[in-house]
Design a binder for this molecule. Structure first.
Ligand code: ABN
Length: 171
């Protein structure tokens, strides 16, 4: 214990010899400012969002079997650099969409889901998913998924499709 005390005393003295009170205060100020600013730094919450969307034992947003995709026809944006609800960087959502009604097995409710195409880049080509629950024929375009909904965009290139819950379906 004595040697530890001696070592500690020597280290403290040597530190005190090498630093002025002013520089010590400056370092302390920097540390405190850094600690206060730490919570303001951007945080990648994508993995948390993935976890929130995924239910253990059930298919998640990168699987075509995911419940929200019951009436989708396209490449899953969750596999293309986006998420199931947001377009990948460099693409923009189509203002016109088609809608489906999907059953969520977790809470037992039916949800109205809007399928927006993400436009402005060549086809993603990954996670092609074609499910057509309650799809209507082409002459009812708002219920048909086999259309390029980027047609109204300045750049009509189709990249992938997101699925956004817009309401709960009444029984
Ligand atoms: N809405 C998806 C899609 C895009 C292009 C062609 C067919 C289907």
């Amino acid at each position: 214990m004595r040697s530890f005390d001696r070592w500690f005393e020597q280290s403290s003295r040597s530190l005190a010899n090498r630093t002025s009170r002013r520089s010590l205060l400056a370092v302390l100020g920097q540390v405190l400012t850094g600690a206060a600013l730490l919570p303001l730094l951007p945080v990648d919450r994508a993995s948390r969002a993935h976890a929130a969307n995924a239910t253990p034992g059930k298919p998640g947003p990168e699987s075509c079997e995911y419940w929200k995709y019951c009436a989708i026809d396209g490449f899953l944006c969750a596999c293309c650099g986006g998420t199931s609800t947001s377009c990948p960087p460099g693409t923009g959502s189509s203002p016109i969409t088609w809608v489906g009604t999907c059953h969520n097995p977790v809470d037992g409710r039916d949800y109205i889901v809007s399928y927006n195409d993400c436009c402005g880049k060549a086809s993603c080509g990954t996670c092609d998913c074609n499910r057509n629950e309650r799809e209507k024929p082409l002459y009812r375009p708002s219920r048909n998924n086999d259309l390029n909904w980027c047609m109204a965009n300045v750049n009509a290139d189709y990249h992938c499709t997101v699925s956004v819950i817009v309401g709960v379906a009444e029984k």
